[in-house]
Design a protein around this ligand. Structure first.
Ligand code: PEP
Length: 249
């Protein structure tokens, strides 16, 4: 049985005080839900966030991690460092990491390997650019991204993978994939994984949609059979909006 998940990616937003305020509001307003609810504050506030949410069902996750065990990687954070402060899940492959920090499929494959070896669950992000969709290449691009980063895994590793399909043209733009476009791609992703691994891997992996999900469109997107939840950017920075999205799952 795959989980329903709603995760908030706070990106480079919220200082320590703002982090505490938002987390306290989220804990106070969190509805009773079977879904997994996660937030990804910036690195510097992870420890405070874990403490703040000690008695909450909300999981604190990381926005990124490095593939190396330790060493001369100025400015980077290792898997062990995350585990040591109580983080067990990391976002890997966000389109902003790919676009602004040169993260290639090869680098992402290494990060996934390290995370899984260390026991960190991976929320793997991928998705096509606008030109890919316009030229009809979106299925091919998505398949390549999955293949390059994840297809060397064995079946067992998939129990620690969450997928987040995020069409780049829909991230932070206010432009959302229609629920039908999301369903079409999610069904394609599940079929592709079923063919490369097996049907139980495909049926058990949670596939989240990300790209301008808001309280007003969440319910319709989440109603699609292959959409298992959402990775939320902008709307996760406002407690009432994020909670409304959690209620929509
Ligand atoms: C994201 O960055 O993962 C994202 C989905 O952002 P937004 O919801 O703001 O489009």
């Amino acid at each position: 049985m795959r989980s329903k998940i709603v995760a908030g990616n706070w990106k480079m937003n919220k200082n320590l005080d703002e982090t505490e305020t938002l987390l306290s509001a989220l804990s106070a307003k969190l509805p009773d839900t079977d879904a997994e609810v996660m937030v990804a504050p910036t690195y510097i506030n992870l420890t405070a966030a874990v403490r703040n949410l000690e008695s909450s069902k909300i999981e604190v996750i990381a926005q990124n991690m490095h593939f190396a065990e330790s060493g001369a990687y100025t400015g980077e954070i290792s898997a062990d460092m995350l585990l040591n402060v109580g983080i067990n899940t990391a976002i890997i492959g966000h389109s902003e990491r790919r676009a602004y920090f040169g993260e290639t499929d090869d680098i992402l494959a290494k990060k996934v390997t390290t995370a899984l070896e260390k026991g960190i669950r991976v929320m793997f992000c991928f998705g096509e650019e606008l030109e890919d969709r316009k030229s009809g290449n979106h299925f091919k691009v998505v398949e390549e991204q999955l293949k390059n980063a994840l297809f060397a895994l064995d079946n067992a590793a998939w129990s620690n993978i969450i997928l987040a399909y995020e069409p780049v043209w829909a991230i932070g733009t206010g432009e959302t994939a229609s629920p039908e476009q999301a369903q079409e791609m999610h069904a394609f992703i599940r079929k592709t994984i079923g063919e490369a691994f097996d049907s139980s891997v495909a049926n058990n992996v949670s596939i989240l949609y990300g790209g301008s999900v808001k309280p007003g469109n969440a319910e319709e997107i989440f109603s699609k059979p292959d959409v298992d939840g959402g990775l939320i950017g902008g709307a996760s920075l406002v407690a009432d909006d994020f909670i409304a999205i959690v209620k929509a799952i």
